[in-house]
Design a protein around this ligand. Structure first.
Ligand code: ADP
Length: 502
């Protein structure tokens, strides 16, 4: 088996460009493709949400996988598979088709009310069940079932159940944590909806977390291997509740097998030399286009264009994790340096309101666009001088890597993947390609922005740092090789040593 092509079944609740709420979608698009290019045979399973149009996205009904029945509140529902027809050699993407559960405008919740869908338990029980149904009906036997975040947390549990009846005996599971703060917690009713779960649901048991059914815990307890998306985050989430969100003990109990593999970037989509979304392309050899992008971006946001005033960009879910609570108090100080700021993002209503208020009272200096806008995101990466990520925690983070590739120097808090990818230009002049601060505090954030501002005034130094940033390799190739090694080490494990039932 070990010398054959590795067969990987990759399950993810969002995949760009079909569905996306954050970095998981980028990873779920790029990693399977990089694994296929590295010689693996990869099948991806994801829901076909209402927003994914079959015709436009080149999805057809799949003839190879049988329909199956899934029970929702006692009612049997027919579930089928769609298949992406534009797939690459070694890579197939399957969409789980179940209108009753997935045909809605949002991915996890209602975009109008901001509330999670009340039946998310059914929706993600189905996703992981469908992965096994697909294998059963096509006779395809993966070496590794690879789940991502709580939405695929039941994948290892299903494999454990299957192996107890002799099925998929040689397969193993890997769980990747993209953000440990999201647990997938449900009430007691959910336990009865998961075949075989009742025996493993008891206080402190492998499916329970503070009196609730926990999908993430199921994944962490039953998986043969667990990893996360940067080495620093792997250490942080085991260090205590601040980063581990209550899962630290469960992770520590696994011994030292929780490792970090940095995400790569889709370097074709995020390439300033070929980017179709930006007014002017540019590269390391000729940065002239970047100036034009800044001019156009300033115009779009109603700012005057001034070369000597740095333009700071931010693209982010507007949630506490991303550092808005330390940023908001010092926005006036940052604007007074002087700088101009553009924020794109959506999320928490109160935070969005505060940003809207800044935009109203500081026109020409502060711009906020609420919403999700892929093209504007590219324009910000290309047109800004500085990119801000003051995250409280950051499992890996992609925007700092995109920014460096676009010669837009990041100011980051040194946590998780930000600590692993951005080295401070003052502390490390040889390798530094950004500015970082450690303490989660407004004044420390402000000082880092001040340092970026001072450095910006020194044109030749700024240019040298930009060129260094743009020459860094953030492609998936290296990480895909590390995932292949991790799959191989999963396969060396003796199968389940399952947590005990009650
Ligand atoms: P997270 O997964 O925590 O949201 P990441 O940095 O890993 O953070 O990934 C975020 C991804 O989502 C990036 O590709 C980023 O550009 C994109 N993104 C976030 N918010 C928006 C938005 N409002 N419009 C466009 N793209 C966005």
């Amino acid at each position: 088996m070990m010398n054959d092509r590795l067969k990987i079944l990759f399950v993810a609740s969002e995949i760009a460009p079909f569905s996306k709420t954050g970095g998981l979608a980028d990873v779920s698009a790029a990693l399977p493709s990089a694994l296929a290019a590295a010689g693996c045979e990869v099948r991806v399973v994801t829901p076909r949400y209402g927003s994914i149009d079959r015709r436009r996205q080149k999805i057809v009904a799949d003839e190879t996988a049988r329909e199956f029945t899934f029970e929702v509140r006692g009612r049997p529902i027919r579930v089928g598979f769609g298949r992406w027809t534009a797939d690459e050699p070694g890579l197939s993407v399957f969409f789980v088709e179940c209108g009753v559960l997935y045909d809605r405008p949002g991915v996890y919740g209602d975009p109008f009310t901001g509330m999670d869908y009340a039946d998310n338990d059914y929706r993600y029980i189905l996703l992981t069940r469908a992965a096994f149904e697909l294998c059963d009906s096509t006779g395809w036997k993966p070496d590794v079932f690879h789940g991502n975040d709580w939405q695929s947390g039941l994948l290892p549990f299903w494999l454990f159940r299957a192996q107890s009846t002799g099925q998929f005996a040689n397969a193993r599971t890997l769980m990747t944590i993209h953000n440990i703060a999201y647990h997938g917690l449900f009430g007691f009713d959910t336990v009865a909806r998961i075949d075989g779960a009742a025996s493993y649901y008891y206080p402190e048991g492998p499916l329970e977390f503070h009196g609730q059914m926990c999908f993430l815990r199921a994944g962490l307890e039953f998986a043969n291997a667990v990893n996360t998306v940067s080495p620093t985050y792997a250490r942080e989430i085991q260090s205590g509740p601040e980063f581990g969100y209550g899962m630290e003990k469960i992770l520590r109990a696994r011994g030292d097998d929780v490792i970090g593999i940095l995400n790569g970037l889709d370097v074709e989509t995020w390439n300033p030399a070929t980017d179709r979304h930006i007014p002017a392309t540019y590269s390391r050899d000729n940065l002239d286009g970047k100036k034009l992008n800044k001019e156009m971006l300033c115009r779009q946001c109603g700012f005057p264009y001034e070369d000597e005033v740095p333009l700071i960009g931010m693209i982010s879910r507007v949630v506490a994790q991303k550092g808005f609570e330390i940023l908001i108090p010092v926005i006036p100080d940052i604007l007074d340096l002087p700088c101009r700021m553009i924020v794109l993002g959506s999320g928490d209503g109160k935070l969005e309101q505060m940003l809207t208020e800044f935009a109203r009272t500081q026109p020409g200096r502060f711009f906020f666009r609420s919403g999700y806008d892929e093209e504007f995101a590219h324009r910000i990466e290309a047109g800004a001088d500085v990119f801000l990520m003051p995250s409280k925690y950051e499992p890996c983070g992609l925007n700092q890597m995109m920014s460096m590739r676009y010669g837009t120097l990041p100011v980051v808090r040194a946590t998780g993947g930000l600590a692993d990818t951005v080295f401070d230009a003052d502390a490390d002049p040889q390798q530094g390609t950004g500015f970082s601060f450690h303490r989660y505090h407004s004044q420390d954030l402000l000082r880092a922005v001040q340092r970026a501002h001072q450095t910006y005034a020194n044109k030749s130094r700024w240019r040298a740092i930009q060129l260094l940033a743009m020459s860094r390799d953030f492609s998936w190739n290296r990480s895909a090789e590390l995932y292949k090694d991790l799959y191989q080490s999963c396969l060396l494990q003796p199968g389940y040593s399952a947590p005990s039932s009650a």
